[in-house]
Design a protein around this ligand. Structure first.
Ligand SMILES: Nc1ncnc2c1ncn2[C@@H]1O[C@H](COP(=O)(O)OP(=O)(O)OP(=O)(O)O)[C@@H](O)[C@H]1O
Length: 266
């Protein structure tokens, strides 16, 4: 059975569809990538899953998780589910932090909201989470502006995975990072996924990352899914001319043999 099943999801503004009849499912522990050029509707699709669309946009259709259509969930229930069962990390990781709160205070707020624990237990849990993403415990006392982009994105991942969600939605999590930090962050996500077994819905327009990490790929164009399939099948035998173009474009970006060597791309 699928972990999450999206059926005929449409997103509209004043009755004009921006995303149209999108259907896909995510299996437990799977890494599913949504690719497509800028403006194709990837982020809106991801945001709609947990009711994160801005108020001028409406979602219709079905997002089935544990027998419930998440589009109809009451706001309070959705807030409880978000961050615990389904978590997000975004490209704009800085925007996810409150500048005047330390990293530790972010953990405190999050844990107090979702769990009943003693202060010392919360501190231990936060420090273990920081360690799991390769950060020292001293980061707990720092403010967001005192961390690099890569470090801050690591904190976002630690917070997103803190309560062991079933699904992590990662919306272009490395776009704002340099290429070395990007690969480190993605490798970290892959390692944590191995450990935690969560599924990842990975939004990107960079096929290089998809080649390495995804199990399945879904291609969007102008608000619709035009092709989806298992990674090797889709990359080696793309049916749609747009998918062929995307793959060709990603191949011309080959700059270093090591980055794209068969070992890396396997
Ligand atoms: N609040 C909004 N009101 C109206 N149109 C919007 C709104 N948000 C996004 N759009 C439009 O919806 C379309 C899809 O946007 P979306 O952000 O999902 O694209 P994307 O594929 O994620 O692009 P990118 O890779 O650049 O993030 C775009 O044309 C965008 O301009």
């Amino acid at each position: 059975m699928s972990l999450l099943k999206v059926s005929n999801l449409s997103i509209s503004k004043k009755h004009n569809n921006i995303v149209e009849n999108v259907s896909f499912d995510i299996q437990k522990g799977e890494w599913l990538a949504i690719v497509g050029q800028s403006g194709s509707g990837k982020s809106l699709t991801a945001s709609a899953i947990c009711q994160l669309l801005v108020p001028n946009l409406q979602a219709a259709g079905e997002v089935l998780y544990e027998g419930e259509n998440l589009l109809n969930l009451m706001p309070k229930n959705m807030r409880n589910l978000r961050g615990t069962r389904i978590s997000y990390i975004f490209q704009d990781y800085q925007g996810s932090f409150t500048p005047l709160l330390t990293i530790g205070q972010h953990f405190e707020e999050f844990l107090k909201r979702h769990l009943k624990l003693a202060k010392s237990q919360r501190r231990t849990m936060a420090e273990e989470a920081l360690a799991s993403v390769g950060l020292k415990s001293e980061v707990y006392l720092r403010y967001p502006f005192q961390l690099s982009g890569g470090q801050l994105q690591r904190v976002s991942i630690a917070l997103a995975l803190l309560l062991k969600p079933d699904l992590l939605i990662a919306d272009e999590p490395t776009t704002a990072l340099d290429s070395i930090s990007s690969f480190q962050i993605l490798q970290l996500l892959a390692d944590l996924q191995q450990k935690n077994g969560c599924a990842i819905l990975f939004i990107t327009h960079d096929l290089r990352h998809v080649r390495k990490y995804a199990d399945r790929i879904l291609v969007m164009k102008e608000g619709r899914i035009i092709e989806q399939g298992e990674k090797h099948q889709l990359i080696n035998n793309p049916e749609h001319s747009y998918t062929q173009l995307l793959i060709k474009a990603s191949l011309t970006l080959r700059t270093s043999r090591s980055l794209f060597s068969p070992e890396v791309l396997k």
